[in-house]
Ligand binder design. Structure first.
Ligand SMILES: [Zn+2]
Length: 258
């Protein structure tokens, strides 16, 4: 059993062959897929896929940091409306949320504010969070330290920081999300995952992005989470089945999946 804890398979990149991609995921042993939202424009797609099979797809609702701009108030209003929550089945987390200062730091203050809002929303409803962090680890930790750490759970998805940062994430009681980057030649992630407990690792694809070797450069899809599990098993010297079972148990616990 494998769980893809982060896939955007509802996006238009899969419009031509979504059912085939889902079939391949099932063949590869993927038992559950968590679908994180991006912004208000992606809710309808997310809702219709989650409704198509509510025992296979689980939803994280939230506003992605790269979609934060001058209109963020309207976005938050739409995303966190009763209507939106009514249209989504199986909301298991708030995500993806966080900060991204890689391409553009024009809206850094707005990103902080939006992260803060979504963290308090999640905390109030006792939901875990899926954190997107790019070139912004210190800023995210600053926002999170403002009273949110205690009692919150979640995952830093597609983790790409160093061991010291990983330790801070683990000390907070959060998990580390590991995807295709683990398989890349120049990645420093193998050294990090070798030093952290398997019980804190979640597997993910972030499909359609960041396809693992040997699919690097092509469209990623949930079935390829098996390549990540394979690589992780080599790095830490544990059985493939053990890696799949333990990381799936981690995901089930965090997102309260059946
Ligand atoms: Zn994502």
């Amino acid at each position: 059993m494998l769980i893809d804890t982060h896939s955007h398979i509802y996006s238009e990149e899969f419009d031509a062959d979504r059912n085939e991609a889902i079939g391949r995921a099932k063949l590869a042993g993927v038992s559950h897929i968590v679908l994180p939202n991006i912004d208000a424009s992606s809710i309808d797609r997310l809702a219709s896929l989650s409704r198509s099979d509510s025992e296979y797809f689980y939803v994280a609702n939230g506003l992605h940091p790269t979609s934060v701009n001058v209109d963020y108030r309207k976005e938050l209003e739409l995303i966190f409306s009763d209507n939106t929550f009514a249209s989504l089945t199986n909301v298991v987390a708030i995500g993806e949320i966080g900060m991204d200062l890689y391409w553009d730091d024009t809206f850094v203050e707005e990103q902080k504010h939006v992260l803060d809002f979504q963290l308090s929303y999640a905390k109030e409803r006792k939901l875990p969070v899926i954190i997107h962090c790019r070139n912004a680890f210190g800023q995210i930790m600053d926002v999170m330290s403002a009273g949110y750490r205690s009692g919150m759970t979640g995952v830093f998805h597609c983790f790409s920081e160093d061991y010291e940062a990983a330790k801070q994430v683990l000390d907070m009681g959060f998990n580390i999300g590991v995807g295709g980057v683990l398989t890349y030649k120049k990645s420093t992630l193998p050294d990090v995952v070798a030093r952290i407990p398997l019980t804190s690792i979640l597997l993910e694809t972030d499909s359609p992005y960041l396809a693992p070797v040997p699919h690097r450069g092509k469209r990623n899809e949930p079935a390829f989470v098996a390549c990540v599990a394979e690589k992780l098993s080599q790095i830490i010297g544990r059985d493939y089945d053990d890696v799949c079972e333990t990381t799936s148990a981690n995901a089930k616990k965090l997102f309260n999946l059946n």
